[in-house]
Design a protein around this ligand. Structure first.
Ligand SMILES: Cc1cc2nc3c(=O)[nH]c(=O)nc-3n(C[C@H](O)[C@H](O)[C@H](O)COP(=O)(O)OP(=O)(O)OC[C@H]3O[C@@H](n4cnc5c(N)ncnc54)[C@H](O)[C@@H]3O)c2cc1C
Length: 385
């Protein structure tokens, strides 16, 4: 890895964004290195969780509906190649909506895109899901073909497939370029080796602000996110698929998944927690987040009121000001790309994002303004869910 100009592209960060970028670049014929400080989908990375939702509803944001729609068959294709079809669980995804304009816009967008979905009345919701407590003004959108990606293992499968194609992966921590501007031909790592490439992609999730503090320190907002897995009653199948889908409760800003592979019923608060350092933040769940999760569980899933916690995870979102991704060149280094800002919804899009970045690098052309650095503000106003 230390010979000069050995690589066309070095991708730094083997989370879902970097893994799919490396894979797509290699498929287009580039010589690619992939480097991660702690390993693909490691426990500190946003991609390192057990499971992530893939759904097509995105309110009025067609770009994400379209990316998600394209991503799902690509995930399945990769899992088939890897002989790991179990890494996608077609649980269906249920949106529990009320008067949110986001939900009405999703219905219109799903219809326009030809995605299969059902609109459910409160009576239908109650009949189909008696184990969930709905408000009288609830209604539902059910996406039968959507579901769950088994996140950590999925990213590791992408890296394995990328390596099979010829991507060279290694664990090392890359140091940000020391030159203030201009083309970069080599980067150093903390183990004192050199990586030479024509183009560098920093797909470093929550670390982007640490690596480029002047540029991104106030444009990537990390937030602590806590996830709880509750044990279901013995022999009770109401909380596993097909009886229980993956769900999002818009009013409560909670989402969750059925009991998958016997790991427990997952629930998570989608509200942004306090800012954190991805290297050192405590991964021990806080009593305050637990109390809020328990209260929510008791209200919406009464049969699980006293369910024991069987596992917890603490992670971080890497938010941009409004939730749009960041995919752009570094303004001072023409051959460095900054890729991140998954903002709590990026995982599902890995294949589409990887293809997009690979096309930008190998074919050039203008990038979508909504992914540009110029549109990333220094104050947060979340718009994308
Ligand atoms: C609790 C939680 C729930 C979520 N739920 C969903 C969901 O249901 N659906 C969905 O689509 N999305 C979801 N997301 C969002 C999604 O997981 C993230 O947007 C996505 O994983 C971000 O991937 P990434 O590759 O950008 O970052 P990461 O996965 O964080 O990867 C960045 C990588 O860069 C490496 N790195 C950093 N610095 C260096 C360096 N100097 N040298 C080398 N390597 C370095 C790190 O080790 C890390 O592996 C969720 C996120 C969280 C935290």
């Amino acid at each position: 890895m230390s010979q000069p100009n050995n690589y066309d592209v070095a991708v730094i960060g083997a989370g879902v964004f970097g893994a799919w970028t490396a894979y797509s670049l290699r498929k287009s014929g580039a010589r690619v290195a992939l480097v991660d400080a702690y390993g693909p989908a490691n426990a500190r990375a946003s991609s390192g969780g057990e499971s992530r939702i893939i759904r097509m509803g995105y309110g009025p944001d067609d770009v994400y509906t379209n990316w998600s729609m394209r991503a799902l068959p690509k995930w399945k294709e990769l899992f088939a190649q890897a002989q790991r079809p179990e890494l996608f669980k077609q649980t269906g995804v249920l949106w529990v909506a009320h008067n949110e304009s986001y939900a009405f816009a999703s219905v219109a967008a799903l219809a326009k895109a030809g995605i299969s979905f059902e609109k459910l009345t409160i009576a239908e919701l109650r009949q189909r899901y008696p184990q969930i407590a709905f408000d009288d003004d609830s209604w539902g959108i059910f996406e039968p073909e959507s579901g769950v990606l088994m996140a950590r293992r999925a990213v590791q499968a992408v890296v394995e497939q990328a390596e099979k194609l010829g991507v060279e992966y290694r664990t090392d921590a890359v140091v940000a370029p020391s030159l203030p501007s201009g083309r970069v031909s080599t980067l150093q790592t903390t183990s004192a080796s050199t990586i030479s490439a024509k183009t560098f992609v920093f797909a470093c999730g929550s670390w982007l602000g640490k690596l480029f503090p002047g540029l991104l320190g106030n444009r990537i907002f990390t937030s602590r996110q806590e996830v709880f897995f509750f044990g279901v009653p013995p022999g009770d199948r109401r909380f596993e698929p097909p009886a229980m889908p993956t769900w999002l409760q818009l009013r409560d800003e909670f989402y969750g998944m059925p009991d998958l592979e016997g790991r427990g019923f997952k629930i998570a608060n989608d509200r942004h927690g306090p800012p954190v350092d991805p290297d050192g933040q405590s991964r021990i769940a806080s009593p305050s987040a637990f109390a809020i999760a328990r209260q929510f569980l008791a209200r919406r899933f009464p049969a699980l009121k006293n369910a024991p916690v069987v596992e917890t995870r603490v992670c971080q979102y890497e938010n941009t000001s409004n939730g749009d991704f960041l995919i752009d060149k570094h303004p001072a280094h023409e051959n460095i790309w900054l890729v991140g800002g998954g903002s709590g919804h990026g995982f599902k899009h890995g294949p589409s994002l990887g293809e997009y970045v690979a096309t930008c690098i190998t074919q050039g052309g203008a990038t979508d303004p909504r992914f540009s650095l110029a549109t990333k503000q220094t104050t947060q106003k979340r718009a994308i869910l």
